[in-house]
Design a protein around this ligand. Structure first.
Ligand code: KDG
Length: 357
């Protein structure tokens, strides 16, 4: 991506520059794909406000800007998208409620925040279900995943597409973590770990002996800074682009959960759009999701190395250590698989298996 393109987009977006922008930090990112396709007929003007939790340097923000560029270009400026980063407009749960009431047009939560609407999406929260990105992609592109998006119908939320949040890793300010015992603490207290507002995530960290605390993403940096919680878990790119390394000395490559993002629109906004605009929005969502996934992949390993360079002590687990985490979280499956649906989980496991052949 060229510097010019990036700074132009920053101007286009309704951004408030907070900590995320204080240190420009990104790998050598791919340029966004060229925008092609005809300008569609004039069906009136829409200004779409989108709120996200992550910062301006995140793949989510950059690809959302690209989403806006596609719509702007393909409608001759009649559809514009203003992206508000850093939880300025609220957290994932609050923003979805705003979509339902029509006070916000778009948001882009982790799937984990959406399971109150579509419980089957909790499948993505099961620990160690998706062993690699290829498997995760195959599942996100599957019919079973598309049905989950379709199941939002009638909730007030129009789910457009999945993209990648990524593999979640543990960070904390107390001690290096190599085993579940290090989480639980034998002679010392268990780690307090911020989780997303999701019961499966709570169950995972309870099973590991931590003291899990659900909290909105926007409150997390100061909670870590003030020691309200010892740790949190997020992809390396989020840990870096949110500067959590400034208040977290230790990281562990747990890869315990792969979470997708879901780009969504208020059903009220959707219903106000002409069918041709709806089609275009869907197309732009898919194109920007592809770009987001590419940026996310470019960020992932690079971010881990950057975090190490910036002083975070990162533990990479060997097979035996990883197996100990898997074993300790097995009770989460026993409790949650029947609730989510054994059939859906079996289908996902089959897709995972097929993706490795
Ligand atoms: O914009 C997405 C974020 O709000 C959030 O989903 C990030 O993974 C996340 C978390 O831990 O809350």
């Amino acid at each position: 991506m060229t510097a010019i393109w990036r700074s132009t987009l920053t101007l286009v977006g309704a951004t408030t520059l907070t900590f995320g922008m204080a240190h420009a930090q990104s790998p050598d990112l791919s340029d966004p794909p060229a925008i092609d396709g005809e300008v569609v007929a004039d069906h009136g003007s829409h200004t779409l406000r989108m709120g996200i939790g992550l910062s301006e340097s995140s793949p989510q923000f950059l690809s959302s800007q690209y989403f806006g560029e596609i719509l702007e270009q393909r409608t001759d400026g009649r559809i514009t998208v203003n992206v508000f980063p850093n939880s300025q407009l609220g957290d994932d749960v609050q923003m979805m409620e705003m979509l339902q009431t029509g006070t916000l047009d778009m948001t882009y939560p982790s799937s984990s925040a959406t399971t109150g609407y579509v419980e089957e999406l909790s499948a993505f929260d099961l620990p160690f279900l998706l062993p690699n990105r290829e498997a995760a992609m195959a599942v996100m592109q599957s019919d079973v995943a598309q049905e989950m998006l379709d199941d939002f119908e009638g909730t007030g939320l129009k789910a457009l597409t999945f993209s990648e949040n990524g593999y979640r890793q543990l960070s904390n300010s107390a001690r290096p973590v190599e085993t579940p015992e290090d989480v639980a603490g034998l002679d010392v207290r268990g780690l307090s770990v911020r989780t997303m507002q999701n019961p499966v995530h709570l169950a995972i960290w309870e099973a590991l002996g931590a003291n899990p605390t659900p909290m909105a993403f926007g409150e997390l940096f100061s909670a870590l800074e003030q020691g309200v919680v010892d740790g949190q878990e997020n992809p390396w790119s989020t840990i870096l682009t949110s500067n959590f390394n400034e208040v977290q000395d230790y990281g562990t490559e747990t890869r315990h959960v792969y979470t997708p993002f879901i780009m969504m629109l208020s059903e009220r906004t959707w219903d106000r759009m002409a069918p041709e605009y709806q089609e275009l929005v869907m197309e732009a969502a898919r194109q920007s999701a592809e770009y987001e996934i590419q940026l996310s992949a470019e960020y992932d390993d690079w971010s881990r190395k950057q975090l190490e360079e910036r002083g975070m002590q990162i533990t990479r687990l060997n097979d035996e250590q990883l197996a100990a985490f898997q074993e300790a979280t097995q009770p989460v499956y026993d409790e949650w698989a029947p609730r989510i649906g054994e059939d859906i989980i079996a289908e996902i496991q089959q897709i995972v298996e097929d993706s490795s052949n």
